[in-house]
Design a binder for this molecule. Structure first.
Ligand code: SF4
Ligand code: SF4
Ligand code: FES
Length: 250
């Protein structure tokens, strides 16, 4: 195995430069090193001006998502040896505005996330003195998969519809909406369905499954969207055939 590998890293200062350029760095090719280790090596030993986000280095915080050889990856979980002999192209997540180098702007995503009410909605709040809302292990299993999302945004960078329609609410936000819809303690299903039934919600999705393939946490946003489409159509039929029954299901 070669002793080093070349990283071609996107560099960009939007306030000073018209477009991103690539800068090449030769880094040690160690079998235990992930792409994030290589970026940290560059930052510490070669070029302190390189900008990127990371925090946990263990696939939990979701902040180190970048394009690695054209695919969205968590760089703390992507080994250099997988790309040997290289080179490895590292770019910011696709479809997001660039703040600097590998750092992207996520304000728009945060607004989309908030719009699906990713919290437990209750019509009838219990008093604290009345105790917790209990849940069985089987009820937890209903939504557990969707609660594994770490908001890394790899699914947005993989989704062709996100690239075409900036208003599309996107895979992770819909998966998180479904996480709460399937929670036995939640009563916000209808509010979320009203919001997601708009074009920017579920109907924009062409169901090619790229989001689920890209997810490093095995969440299945494409599956969540399909579940939602079925639910929306069912509710629409109910509202046409039984208008008096709308709002009777949770
Ligand atoms: S399944 Fe839908 S949300 Fe997922 S990548 Fe395809 S178009 Fe995007
Ligand atoms: S669904 Fe997966 S890829 Fe998308 S933000 Fe969540 S963890 Fe990341
Ligand atoms: S650094 Fe936290 S997920 Fe990679």
């Amino acid at each position: 195995m070669a002793e080093t590998i070349r990283l071609d890293v996107a560099r960009y200062r939007p306030e000073q430069e018209g477009e991103p350029t690539f800068q090449s760095y030769e880094v040690p090719l160690r079998k235990e090193w992930v792409v994030l280790d290589a970026l940290n090596h560059i930052k510490d030993k070669v070029d302190g001006s390189l900008s990127y986000r990371w925090s946990c280095r263990m696939g939990v915080c979701g902040s180190c998502g970048m394009m690695v050889n054209g695919e969205p990856k968590l760089t703390c979980a992507t080994f250099l040896t997988h790309y040997a002999p290289g080179p490895i192209k590292v770019e910011p997540l696709r479809y997001f505005p660039i703040v600097r180098d590998l750092v992207v702007e996520i304000t728009d995503f945060m607004a989309k996330l908030k719009s699906v009410k990713p919290w437990i909605v209750r019509e009838d709040e219990k008093l604290v003195s009345e105790g917790e809302y209990l849940q069985t292990p089987a009820q937890l299993d209903q939504f557990k998969q969707f609660s594994m999302c770490i908001n890394c945004l790899c699914c947005y960078a993989a989704c062709p519809v996100v690239g075409l329609d900036q208003h599309f609410i996107g895979p992770a936000a819909i998966a998180l909406a479904q996480r709460y819809n399937l929670d036995s303690r939640d009563q916000g299903n209808e509010e979320r369905l009203d919001m997601l039934s708009q074009h920017e919600g579920i109907w924009g999705c062409t169901f090619n499954g790229e989001c689920s393939k890209a997810c490093p946490k095995n969440v299945d946003p494409a599956g969540a969207i399909q579940q939602y489409k079925i639910k929306a159509v069912t509710e629409w039929f109910k509202s046409v055939l039984m208008p008096w029954g709308k709002g009777g299901t949770k």
